[in-house]
Design a protein around this ligand. Structure first.
Ligand SMILES: Nc1ncnc2c1ncn2[C@@H]1O[C@H](COP(=O)(O)OP(=O)(O)OP(=O)(O)O)[C@@H](O)[C@H]1O
Length: 239
């Protein structure tokens, strides 16, 4: 097992945002986390990524207890996270943005440039490498963000609504990129509202509602589960 959470709980005052959530993720899997707005998805991801220390429960990575480890330490252990509203370092070039990740991933500056170029290429970044990041559109930023996350040499990538804001026409190629990332040896946990993304790429999906895991399994099965349908009804678009 690459990652395991055991009864992870996170409270904000009286609100139980994540309620004893246990999840197991094997190496090479793409696991989706879905659920209505406010279900606790981001908070759960933040408990894995070192943004929050859980109030109780454990997070194991490669069998080792990493509960409450800081983000920087987790990044060096191979856990990387993307954020919902990505802007990178807006005044720097695309290449420099990826190089920052490479240097953080312990690459020497000279090697970092080469590696950053390889990653921009891998992520099919469509513009010259010296394009200033503040001028990028959504899909260009998303590709850059993935290249930057991979620059840290992560083994586990946590994606927070990485497909949000993409047009239906942009989605297939983007899904293909995420699949290639997995095929390169990176395990992925992704929060996503876009069901086309979930059904198109996830091996398994876990559903949260009011902080509690209410279902888990292969996407088609889970999405036809009555508890899941009623959790979603009227709250978000499940198509
Ligand atoms: N820092 C915080 N302080 C207080 N309450 C918070 C905090 N972060 C999240 N919450 C609350 O915890 C609950 C879970 O929020 P969370 O953002 O994890 O849900 P989510 O499933 O990711 O939602 P969305 O799909 O809208 O991003 C919500 O009720 C939210 O208001």
């Amino acid at each position: 097992m690459l990652l395991e959470t055991i009864d992870v709980e996170k409270r904000f005052g009286g609100l139980v945002a994540v309620n004893k959530v246990s999840l197991q993720v094997k190496e090479g899997e793409i696991v989706g986390i879905i659920g209505p707005n406010g279900a606790g998805k981001t908070t759960f991801l933040n408990c894995i990524a070192g943004f929050y220390a859980p109030d109780s429960g454990k997070v194991l990575y490669q069998g080792k207890d990493i509960t409450g480890f800081a983000q920087e330490k987790l990044c060096h252990l191979g856990i990387s996270r993307t954020f919902q509203n990505v802007r990178g370092f807006p005044k720097m070039t695309a290449l420099e943005n990826v190089m920052v990740g490479c240097v953080f991933g312990a690459e020497k500056p000279q090697g970092a440039k080469e590696r950053a170029r390889e990653l921009l290429d891998f992520a099919q970044f469509p513009l010259p490498e010296d394009t200033i990041v503040e001028n990028l559109n959504t899909i260009q930023l998303k590709r850059l963000e993935l290249a930057r996350s991979l620059a840290t040499n992560c083994k586990l990538l946590l994606l927070d609504e990485v497909a949000a804001g993409l047009t239906p026409a942009e989605l297939p190629d983007f899904i293909e990129l995420v699949r290639r990332i997995r095929d390169s040896g990176v395990t992925i946990i992704c929060i996503e509202h876009l069901m086309r993304f979930i059904t198109g790429i996830c091996d398994r999906v876990a559903v949260l509602e009011f902080g509690t895991k209410i279902a888990e399994g292969v996407p088609q099965e889970v999405l036809s589960n009555e508890d899941v349908i009623s959790a979603y009804l009227g709250k978000t678009d499940v198509h």
